[in-house]
Design a protein around this ligand. Sequence first.
Ligand SMILES: Nc1ncnc2c1ncn2[C@@H]1O[C@H](COP(=O)(O)OP(=O)(O)OP(=O)(O)O)[C@@H](O)[C@H]1O
Ligand SMILES: [Mg+2]
Length: 307
Amino acid sequence: MRLRLPAEVLAFADRGPAWAAYVAALPGTLADLLAEWALTATGEMWWGHASVVLPVLDDAGVEVVLKVAFPDLETQHEALALQHWGGRGAVRLLRADPRRRAVLLERLARTDLTDLWDVHACEAAAGLYARLHVPAPPQLLRLTDHVGRYADPLRALPPQAPLPRRMVEQCLSLLRDLGTDERSTGVLVHGDLHYENVLADPRHEGEWLAIDPHAMSGDPHWEPAPLLWNRWEELHGDVRGGVRRRFHAVLDTAGLDEDRAVAWTVVRQVLNVLWLVQDAVAAGRSLDVEQRTMVTRMLSVAKAVQE
Ligand SMILES: Nc1ncnc2c1ncn2[C@@H]1O[C@H](COP(=O)(O)OP(=O)(O)OP(=O)(O)O)[C@@H](O)[C@H]1O
Ligand SMILES: [Mg+2]
């Protein structure tokens, strides 16, 4: 049986040759995995920004999901991290083929943290940190190596780049300090813990589980930033108040150090801007309206946590 890909998944191919190859291979990859792992597809395919997720039954008739992700650095260690957590704080991994970036996962509810009041949602996400932030397996990319690669490109940004020089200098100085601090690595961080990557645990009423890690060996203070820049419209213009409310909800729930969380958040926000600029340069275009809006958002978060 050849699975039909939804139009939104077919459109991933427009992102470039590597994505086109991923999309072209998907029907075959999914069909092979269904056969090899004795799974039966039961419904429409779901997808995220970088994967497809197929609801399936396993050979015992249990509802599970098959995920096949785009092979990049961010998805590289999904299986390893999930295996390491063993269902504690994160979705349970049932089977994996890292070469094909395929994982078989327990089926969670389709309810995520987007419908909870944002402060409660931040508390729910931060409530997972204690279980997720365990000693990291040694194979993982080190957070300091990951961010350290961007010092030179940051320094090389032209003066007309949409990033105030003061913030570039601040980020470079933080990268120097954090890069030599032994607390900056060693903890398994999820790396992409935003509202849609936390799903309701069907086995335990009111409990949540993380999915979709971009795992690294890092510092727990790297974790809060995606809770600040997502669900932006709900801040209703009160960026400073709203971001700070979320930030402090996370710090209080997880018992994080404020100065360290500010430092890593500033680094993360500045690097997000650098990556937007790099994407535009790679595409041979200047930033479009959407990208400029994101730049403003990223810099507003960096300012709000420091006020
Ligand atoms: N174990 C699961 N049970 C139920 N639904 C799931 C499960 N894993 C993923 N999903 C759903 O599939 C979709 C994509 O999942 P996931 O977040 O893993 O993909 P992604 O492409 O890596 O996402 P992102 O957009 O965050 O990069 C989401 O809507 C998610 O809710
Ligand atoms: Mg996701």
